[in-house]
Ligand binder design. Sequence first.
Ligand SMILES: C[S@@+](CC[C@H](N)C(=O)[O-])C[C@H]1O[C@@H](n2cnc3c(N)ncnc32)[C@H](O)[C@@H]1O
Length: 235
Amino acid sequence: MNSTAYEQRRSQIEHYFDRTAAEAWARLTSNEPVGRIRATVRAGREQMRNTLLSWLPQDMRGMRLLDAGCGTGALALQAALRGADVVAIDLSPTLVALAAERMAAEHPHLPGSVQFTSGDMLSPALGEFDHVVCMDSLIHYDTEHIAQAVATLATRTRGSVLLTYAPRTPLLALMHSVGRLFPRSDRSPALSPVDTGALGRALAAQTALQGWQAGRTQRIAQGFYTSQAWEWSRA
Ligand SMILES: C[S@@+](CC[C@H](N)C(=O)[O-])C[C@H]1O[C@@H](n2cnc3c(N)ncnc32)[C@H](O)[C@@H]1O
């Protein structure tokens, strides 16, 4: 994808996750206690991660997985524990460094492997994969950019692309207008709540997704966390 609008959005997201919110993300994804609101986000995210992992094979030995927008690397770790060879990429070098540091300290020996790198998940240099997971890494992009990103990833994927998006719900709209998820100083670039029907049509219109089909879908709504998982795989 080579559009200026995409690049502008990507650069805002990179700035946010690499600088403004890096500390908040480090804490949210650690075992340290957090406040009541963030505890609901943490619990929701864990449920989402488990849902996505349940859609991947239990035995991933010999498989390549792309953790696209890996943040601090929790999903990459679980896939490597199943034997996968994971490429974990994120726009934020700060989060990638933290992810690598945590993994080396807590899991120096894994059945699989994790190669951490910083940059754009859409880079063709990453190679081909059996499965790709975009957990909450597309939630700041608009419907068209999400569809184009999934299509781009699909051209390099043999099995499935699992994505999540922020579903357009009245409650989510209200919560984000109130904006209490993070303090004002580290509030994220606006989420892009997405209409499921519109996203389905945008995905179906992608030439690269001809021969692909929509599979399981699951909404996780826990306090201040709402996200919808969707499985796309080769027919
Ligand atoms: C909400 S966080 C989720 C992180 C991780 N997937 C998790 O669930 O813990 C979204 C992440 O996606 C990353 N991201 C967004 N767009 C990206 C892109 N085009 N390429 C790589 N990473 C991206 C951000 O830098 C951020 O760390």
